[in-house]
Design a protein around this ligand. Sequence first.
Ligand SMILES: Nc1ncnc2c1ncn2[C@@H]1O[C@H](COP(=O)(O)OP(=O)(O)OP(=O)(O)O)[C@@H](O)[C@H]1O
Ligand SMILES: [Mg+2]
Length: 239
Amino acid sequence: MSLLFVTGTGTEVGKTAVTAALAALAVRAGRSTAVLKPGQTGVSATEPGDAEEVARLVGASLTTRELARYPEPLAPETAARRSGLPFLTLDQFTHAVGELTERHDITLVEGAGGLLVRYDHQGLTLADMAAAVEAEVLLVATAGLGTLNATTLTAEALRARGLRLAGVVIGCWPAEPDLATRCNLADLPTAAGAPLLGALPAAATATPGVPFADLAAAALAPALGGHWDADAFAAAHRP
Ligand SMILES: Nc1ncnc2c1ncn2[C@@H]1O[C@H](COP(=O)(O)OP(=O)(O)OP(=O)(O)O)[C@@H](O)[C@H]1O
Ligand SMILES: [Mg+2]
């Protein structure tokens, strides 16, 4: 996989954390890695955005790129409209992806919020961007009650656009999973029509003393470069 889009069942679900885990494993495997955040909202001009947060978590050399930034914590279209700053364009996006994929072994693209969040007044979405460059999509899902519906909706929207869902990763697996969370391990692959490819533990981005790449390897399946075992994980948490 040389180009992978990371979307989520919503905002604040762990897309950046999972993108960092993917990048950490790619870098450790000796692959040149780029992280692209097409539209960053909710940070001022001087604050680090999600791409920089990925670089911080990985702690190694990584290309980061951002194409548009708006200070208010809103969907990109709304934030652009309110700020008077230009919308991101599909041309700008495909150009950047072309440049990054040419120079890197792997390019990770992190969307803003969920799949169908708008980037411009004509309704440009991350799904349109993935379609334009024929990329696969990884879905970061919440762990608990409500995730099956959001996962099903996202999977259906991807299928309707002819996009391939590579799998689902739980962005933040709690230390004490409740009944719904544990049941979801069996039901998420059905909802997604794609395999569960990992579960990042809740402390992953703030665990002192353990290299982040080690945490990433333990939390992501072999298809994503780690050694997480879906069957063993499900068996350990079976209600
Ligand atoms: N596995 C995890 N371990 C520790 N913290 C996490 C984990 N997953 C998410 N978080 C924390 O939850 C918050 C949201 O996570 P993150 O920024 O990765 O979400 P996101 O889906 O990228 O959000 P956005 O839509 O704003 O891009 C962050 O403060 C992050 O540090
Ligand atoms: Mg993010």
